[in-house]
Write a protein that binds this ligand. Structure first.
Ligand SMILES: [Zn+2]
Ligand SMILES: [Zn+2]
Length: 386
């Protein structure tokens, strides 16, 4: 008996070689494995260019150009909070730093387990961390060498910086880290009541007169930044800004090749609460301007928020640490603009000279100018240990 089934029809097999290779390539791309087509070594995104460069043979591979507006899309805040899953999430092997709270991706190739943010050894186990995939990022523009030079220039400009610190700092390694960030937009309507104070009269008869007032101010907020990282938020809000958000690129893992990304440890809703504090503070300024007069008192302010949207992006930061008199200091450089923020090291010897010069100046001009010397700066030294 011959029960041989008929030969399969001649149709494309969905599991054909090319498809498998494509799926494999996609998988590798998601896992950020970019082998050099020339020698097989790792490719690394080359700051300031649109390409990845081989760490071994200098071959270059362009980052595919994506011409969509995904990076600039404003997502509805309450839709996302209510549904929870409108944005794509991804699970990454991560290490959680017990010292500063950072959650950094774990790179299996990396032998050191030092936290790039606080420089302490991470002893925790690798865990899978689920986080929202960023929609856009500012790619690194500043090379590591440039970051070094910028930091050097920053340090030598500081009068109290001890000699030799720059040599010391030169030996330190920079970590290129993408920091997760939320941006929030909202309209605000605020009804307020308060009092306006106006001075009348002059000399001894000068008196302030208060009038009860009420009114309404409206505002529009665009891209209020909140760091999704608890480890570098201070630097983010004040020191490393501004960020050229008009240059955001659509998120592509190629931009991250050779760099580390931090997972957000501050969620979308908590981030929004933080942005609202900023908006409330700004609204109070507007109310005071609206009240006018010489002095203002705000008795009540009732703000309604509407059209709230957000973006989830990554911002590039070079971070390094250095030791001075057995203290560790952190320095960071904006990976796009080169702006430097550092904890300022003070030389005790130069401080002593500074205090003497200050003292002499006070003697010469009869103590008219108060010179801030020792104690304040000593406090700074003590409090700047991260
Ligand atoms: Zn190569
Ligand atoms: Zn840490």
């Amino acid at each position: 008996m011959s029960n041989t089934p008929p030969p399969p029809p001649d149709m494309p097999n969905p599991w054909s070689g090319t498809k498998i290779r494509q799926a494999e390539a996609e998988n590798r791309r998601d896992n950020r494995e970019f082998p050099c087509p020339n020698c097989g070594s790792d490719l690394r995104f080359d700051p300031g260019t649109e390409a990845m460069k081989c760490t071994h043979c200098e071959a270059e591979v362009e980052v595919p150009h994506v011409d969509d507006e995904a990076a600039q899309v404003e997502n509805d805040l309450w839709d996302q909070i209510a549904d929870g899953d409108t944005l794509r999430t991804v699970e990454t092997p991560s290490l959680n730093c017990n010292t500063c709270g950072a959650s950094v991706e774990f790179d299996a190739d990396e032998h050191s387990r030092l936290c790039p943010f606080c420089d302490n050894a991470i002893v925790a186990d690798v865990t899978m961390q689920r986080s929202i995939v960023p929609q856009g990022l500012l790619p690194f523009k500043v090379q590591e060498k440039e970051a070094h030079e910028l930091m050097y220039a920053w340090l030598v400009k500081r009068w109290f910086a001890p000699s030799g610190i720059t040599d010391n700092a030169d030996t330190e390694h920079f970590n290129g880290v993408y920091v997760p960030t939320w941006t929030y937009d909202a309209y605000t309507d605020t009804n307020y009541t308060g009092k306006r104070g106006v001075y009348r009269g002059s000399g001894k008869n000068r008196r302030i007169h208060w009038t009860r007032v009420s009114g309404k101010v409206t505002g529009s907020f665009d891209d209020v930044l909140v760091s999704g990282s608890k480890s570098v938020s201070v630097e983010f809000k004040d020191a490393l800004a501004p960020w050229p958000l008009q240059d955001l690129e659509t998120y592509q893992t190629e931009f991250l090749a050779g760099f580390r990304a931090e997972n957000h440890t501050l969620g979308l809703e908590d981030g929004y609460n933080e942005s609202q504090q900023f908006m409330h503070a700004k609204t109070r300024d507007w109310i005071k301007a609206d009240i006018g007069g010489s002095k203002q008192v705000i008795t009540s302010a009732d703000t309604r928020f509407s059209d709230e949207t957000f973006k989830h992006i990554l911002l590039p930061v070079w971070i390094t640490h250095y030791t001075l008199e057995s203290q560790r200091y952190r320095m960071s450089v904006n990976g796009q603009t080169g702006k430097v923020y550092g904890q300022r090291p003070f030389s005790r010897k130069k401080l002593a000279i500074g205090a003497l010069v200050g003292f002499l100046a006070m003697v010469v001009i009869g103590g008219l100018i108060s010179v801030s010397t020792g104690p304040e700066i000593e406090n700074y030294i003590r409090s700047s240990n991260w």
